[in-house]
Design a protein around this ligand. Structure first.
Ligand SMILES: O=P(O)(O)OC[C@H]1O[C@](O)(CO)[C@@H](O)[C@@H]1O
Length: 444
């Protein structure tokens, strides 16, 4: 069960920075319904990139993923070669729910030292490499693949058994290569963008090896679909999208995303890409310059209470904070009493979860008292069902915001030029003119 607590946004709690929520919801009900209907209507068009809505219904693909996992019981280490949406979802969920039966490693950068370090520790006979790229052409992922492929080829008799590819069914360099070499390959549905791909094999294949209960993860995602399709009073994604919209209009240009959980430590990274890459746009759907977006910032409670909360409370009033709180622990730890340390008596006999929970509530209230708006998404507990629900909730929230801002939340034109400059600097064929231009501009 995912619950939403909006109390710390209300004027009676936070003063002039707050809102009259019932009035706001009523005032925007129509535009939220229009947004929902538009998304559902566009869903059948693959070019609208709304395939992530229906992916949790695709039990056939899930079965194939599970069969592959079962057939490869020899794997002890799984290396994911992927970046952005091709890594962050699996990384977030495996850190939260992985049972450790297979060790997962994410290679999402091209700094040589960590890759060399990883290669030195891995045992090639027990390693499976999952190269994941929707486009099948991302430089970082492809460079890593070239290295890992060669490493395997030199070390094992059948390197092809040690590689599994996840990519677009038709586009890019990887698909034809996988076919030509006879490599096992899974599909990223063409209508699913990278940052919305955690419930398709981009996420589910590594997560199957991590031991995550994928059926429950997808069932949770379907629960969010149910809410997003339904009436506004139960439509949590539409509601949190509206909150984000209202506060961005009030100059809250930063959205802090702060789970109170170390197990959820990579969830903010996944959210940052989802939110920033989807919503930071120069142009609206009609091509007018609009420059939308709020900047998502990562934080973890309680850890960052001791690093960032000073700023969140007393710094500029330019932030909206989303807390993610767990309502129950899966295991708990009692704090023992110790003679001679009576100054800590308030902790004796209490549990760690009580302390974590008290700190989450205390921080949210302390921010509210300082007129800093915040709201809480509460998960009944941290399991696959609730996490799947939360992930899909955040994807829907992003889609709703895209509608409210009249932008395409599913493209990323702003990342292209940097890639082209990289090709030019790396001497890629066909990019010579750009390389000359860069040289003239002092970049070489
Ligand atoms: O899966 P691919 O195509 O390698 O892309 C990786 C990431 O690069 C981007 O295209 C641009 O940063 C992201 O949208 C995507 O998640």
């Amino acid at each position: 069960m995912l619950r939403l607590d909006l109390n710390n946004l209300f004027s009676e709690r936070i003063g002039p920075e707050g809102i009259d929520w019932p009035a706001m919801l009523a005032a925007h009900a129509r535009s939220l319904e229009v947004a929902r209907d538009a998304l559902l209507e566009r869903k059948s068009n693959p070019e609208a990139f709304l395939g992530w809505i229906d992916v949790p219904e695709d039990t056939e693909t899930l079965r194939r993923v599970l069969r592959y996992r079962q057939a490869n019981g020899w794997v002890e280490d799984l290396v994911v070669l992927g970046i952005g949406g091709s890594a962050l979802g699996a990384q977030a969920v495996s850190a939260a729910l992985g049972n450790g039966s297979v060790r997962l490693h994410f290679v999402d950068n091209v700094e040589p030292e960590p890759i060399i370090g990883l290669l030195r520790t891995l045992e090639p006979h027990k390693t499976l490499v999952n190269v994941i790229s929707k486009s099948g052409s991302t430089a970082e992922t492809m460079a890593a693949f070239l290295v890992f492929r060669q490493w395997l080829e030199l070390a094992v008799t059948d390197w092809k058994k040690h590689v599994v590819v996840t990519t677009d069914p038709a586009k890019g360099i990887l698909r034809p290569y996988a076919e030509a070499e006879g490599l096992t390959a899974f599909e990223v549905p063409p209508s699913v963008g990278g940052r919305f791909s955690v419930t398709c094999p981009v996420g589910t294949l590594p997560l199957a090896f991590a031991g995550v209960d994928l059926e429950s993860l997808l069932a949770g995602a379907r629960k969010s679909n149910e809410q997003a399709r339904g009436a506004l009073e139960h439509n949590l994604p539409a509601q949190t999208a509206l909150v984000n919209h209202l506060f961005s209009q009030r100059g809250k240009n930063i959205v802090v995303f702060m789970p109170y959980s170390t197990r959820l430590r990579y969830l903010p990274d996944w959210f940052v890409q989802l939110h920033d890459e989807s919503l930071g746009k120069m142009r609206d759907r009609q091509g007018n310059e609009v420059r939308t977006g709020t900047t998502a910032v990562r934080a973890i409670g309680t850890t960052d209470q001791h690093a960032q909360v000073q700023l969140f409370r007393e710094g500029p009033r330019d932030k909206l904070t989303t807390f993610v709180r767990l309502l129950a622990p899966s295991e708990n730890l009692e704090i023992p009493a110790v003679k001679g340390l009576e100054g800590l008596e308030y902790l004796f006999g209490k549990s760690f979860f009580e302390l974590l929970d008290a700190e989450a509530k205390a921080t949210a209230h302390a921010l509210a008292k300082a007129g800093q708006p915040n709201y809480t998404l509460a998960l009944e507990k941290l399991d696959a069902y609730n996490l799947g629900w939360l992930l899909q909730h955040l994807m829907w929230q992003t889609a709703f915001l895209g509608e409210l801002w009249n932008i395409n939340a599913f493209d990323q034109p702003g990342v292209e030029l940097g890639k082209e400059y990289t090709y030019a600097l790396m001497g890629r064929k066909g990019w010579e003119t750009l390389a000359q231009e860069l040289k003239a501009e002092g970049v070489e």
